[in-house]
Design a protein around this ligand. Structure first.
Ligand code: RB5
Length: 164
């Protein structure tokens, strides 16, 4: 697939993005890795390394834990539908994993939810659309304002349930 090369103008080098998938998300993961590289982003691949059947929680845990511990700011998770990875990722304190289906949800997940894990369905999305969603998700800032207090309420749930 041919990609447009985006030239970043920021002085700071972009922080690497954690990425992971199960077998059903493997192909899209490889496409997105190339796309990220073309955009000037590094990514760290937490697997899986092929299309043999695996259990999505094993890979969802790796990326989500890295985000939860603050080792990475942002991550991308892909399974067949995106549903399983979403369920796994949102168990982790501090993770705001958003399953997105189009450019609108990718953009809103940043503006309103300060999403730190983008979840995609490898069996649902066309590759081109998925790449454009990744671009929008990376480039869109959190809007803050009234959304800050909503995120504080989510944090309070985590503190109450997990003692974190
Ligand atoms: C694997 O067949 C599939 O169940 C998985 O990729 C995901 O869609 C689960 O939610």
């Amino acid at each position: 697939m041919e990609f447009l090369i985006y030239h970043r103008t920021d002085e700071m080098p972009p922080r690497p993005i954690a990425i992971g998938s199960d077998h059903a998300g493997y192909r899209l993961k490889e496409v997105i890795k190339e796309f990220l590289l073309a955009m000037g982003y590094n990514c760290v691949d937490f697997g899986v390394d092929g299309e043999c059947s695996v259990d999505y929680p094993d890979y969802g845990i790796k990326v989500s834990e890295a985000i939860s511990k603050g080792e990475f700011e942002r991550g991308i998770l892909i399974c067949g539908t995106g549903l399983g990875m979403s369920i796994v990722a949102n168990k982790f304190p501090g993770v705001r994993a958003t399953l997105c289906h189009d450019l609108y949800t990718a953009r809103m997940s940043r503006l309103h939810n300060d999403s730190n894990i983008l979840v995609l369905g490898g069996r649902v999305l066309e590759e081109d659309l998925a790449c454009q969603m990744v671009r929008v998700w990376i480039e869109t800032p959190f809007e803050g304002g009234r959304h800050e207090s909503r995120l504080r309420k989510i944090r309070a749930i985590e503190e109450r349930l997990n003692g974190v």
